[in-house]
Design a protein around this ligand. Sequence first.
Ligand code: TMP
Length: 207
Amino acid sequence: MSKFITFEGVDGAGKSTHLAWFADALRQRGPDVVVTREPGGTPLGEQLREILLNQTMSIGTEALLMFAARLEHIEQVIKPALRAGKWVISDRFSDASFAYQGGGRGLDWDKLSQLEQWVHPDLQPDLTLFFDVPVEVARQRLRSPDNNRQSNVTLDRFEQEQAGFFERVRAGYHQRIRQNPQRYAVIDGAQPLEKVKQQLEGIIATL
Ligand code: TMP
């Protein structure tokens, strides 16, 4: 049976590295896996991503564009793949809007719930892997020379935010998890890579 799995975490939590490994490990067990991302995942969504990551705009506009890209993504990519029996792994989904626009930017949580109800009343991830790391660790990783985007100049509009913003984003994720804990696997992203892989293997074994 097809499954919809999402990866979440503050910028620098390491989720994208783990996502690639997780998708490969899953494919080896047989399922046809589609890997996608938000904002993005469709030609229009990728154009909206470019704007969202680089252009200053009001908080409301930011939230609406995130959900506009999401609607396109759901209709063009996620639902067709699930209907075809494929597994879909998305690098971020609506939890990121609650965490970043709600927690980080302070947009009213109810407004985000209304958008969620409008855009995907009948779809939620079967499982969300939340990579949790202390904000200081995430910020160091973002700025480390190992990261191919070494300097502030190449960090996007979100990545350039101050520590306080990321603390609120992280708190936003935790609030969302408290509302529906059974959907999430919380992974300590500060552990050594091998430990994280072991934990991911354990999760794959339960799917
Ligand atoms: P990424 O760097 O993980 O690809 O995500 C791009 C940025 O977009 C990241 O800083 C988080 C942000 N974002 C939101 O603010 N709201 C959303 O709904 C999504 C999907 C991402």
